[in-house]
Design a protein around this ligand. Structure first.
Ligand code: FAD
Ligand code: NAP
Length: 248
């Protein structure tokens, strides 16, 4: 059963391509960076809820979420059109195992995501706890368009804070943009170009891969890592290399 608390919407920032950031104040229990919560609002006289990953880390008092407004969706349009100071319900407890405690020690931790799937990594990286176990960190941000990249400042700050340990790469699939890789991630893993451009090896002996966001991208990437890099899905009772968080 869910225990809800009342949250107050402090701000909503809107971006191109239906993306928005929402900032909420609510007295929820302490969560672990990488986890998600449930937000609930009344729609047509009935409360419904959806899951959203925290962008802020567990030290911040203001909760931040990065969301895609789906025009035909049942919930996100309502959040997108909410007014400042609107009260929403938010789960007191948080959920999920897409957290560092679940990731085995290895040389290189690869964090791959699409669009709104950047949230858990911003939470984990900004907290910078429990990351000394990894020699290298790699963040690969996959988007259709460059205008979807709405955390450039935060990502740049993180890069500076990690003094060379954190490698960052943008992949843009539907535009040709200088200084990013253009196309889908699939081919860059298969042909080894991803490793070449980052300068690190991606293999089952030295790497763990977290993948978050679009389930089709996750499925394809996972299959490629299994087929071409001899990797296995990581399970709590059976060590592997791949940990995923699907958004739908
Ligand atoms: C663990 C977890 C964490 C999540 N975290 C986030 C988050 O941080 N930000 C976020 O925007 N969504 C997140 N989601 C998705 C979110 O819960 C809702 O499904 C989403 O906001 C759409 O709700 P809706 O009712 O408007 O549309 P729905 O009727 O629920 O969905 C319609 C369709 O929209 C597409 N869709 C859903 N979510 C996304 C998305 N994020 N990006 C692209 N396409 C999508 C799918 O094709 C889906 O079938 C998360 C989901 C899970 C399970
Ligand atoms: N109707 C609307 O106006 C509207 C607007 C936005 C979003 N949406 C909904 O949101 C979803 C799109 O979300 P999004 O904008 O975050 O983009 P997305 O479809 O989740 O794609 C994000 C990135 O993942 C890549 N990708 C997708 N499938 C892949 C696969 N099988 N293998 C490898 N890479 C893959 C995409 O490449 P490609 O570019 O090559 O696909 C893109 O670079 C759609 O399912 C739609 O339901 C609707």
């Amino acid at each position: 059963m869910n225990n809800w608390v009342i949250g107050n919407i402090l701000d909503i920032k809107k971006y191109p391509n239906n993306l928005f950031k929402i900032f909420i104040k609510a007295s929820i229990d302490k969560f672990i960076s990488g986890q998600f919560t449930k937000i609930s609002i009344k729609i047509k006289k009935k409360y419904i809820y959806r899951a959203y990953s925290f962008v802020n880390n567990s030290q911040n008092l203001i909760l931040e979420f990065y969301i895609l407004f789906i025009p035909n969706g049942k919930f996100s349009y309502k959040l997108f059109n909410s007014k400042i100071n609107k009260k929403i319900k938010i789960s007191k407890k948080s959920f999920g195992f897409f957290i560092l405690d679940e990731i085995p020690k290895c040389k290189t931790l690869w964090m791959i995501c699409t669009n709104t799937g950047i949230g858990p990594y911003l939470s984990i990286l900004s907290e910078n706890k429990n990351l000394e176990r990894f020699k290298n960190l790699v963040l690969i941000y996959v988007n259709k368009f460059l205008t979807n990249c709405n955390y450039n400042c935060e990502i740049k700050n993180l890069r500076n804070n990690y003094y060379g340990k954190l490698h960052i790469l943008n992949i843009i699939s539907r535009e040709k943009i200088y200084s990013t890789l253009n196309g889908r991630i699939n081919k860059f893993i298969i042909n080894g170009f991803l490793e070449k451009i980052i300068g690190l090896n991606l293999n089952y002996k030295n790497s763990h891969i977290m993948i978050c966001g679009n389930p089709n991208m996750i499925k394809n990437t996972q299959n490629i890592l299994i087929k071409f890099r001899n990797m296995k899905k990581h399970l709590r009772f059976k060590k592997g290399n791949i940990t995923i968080e699907k958004y739908w």
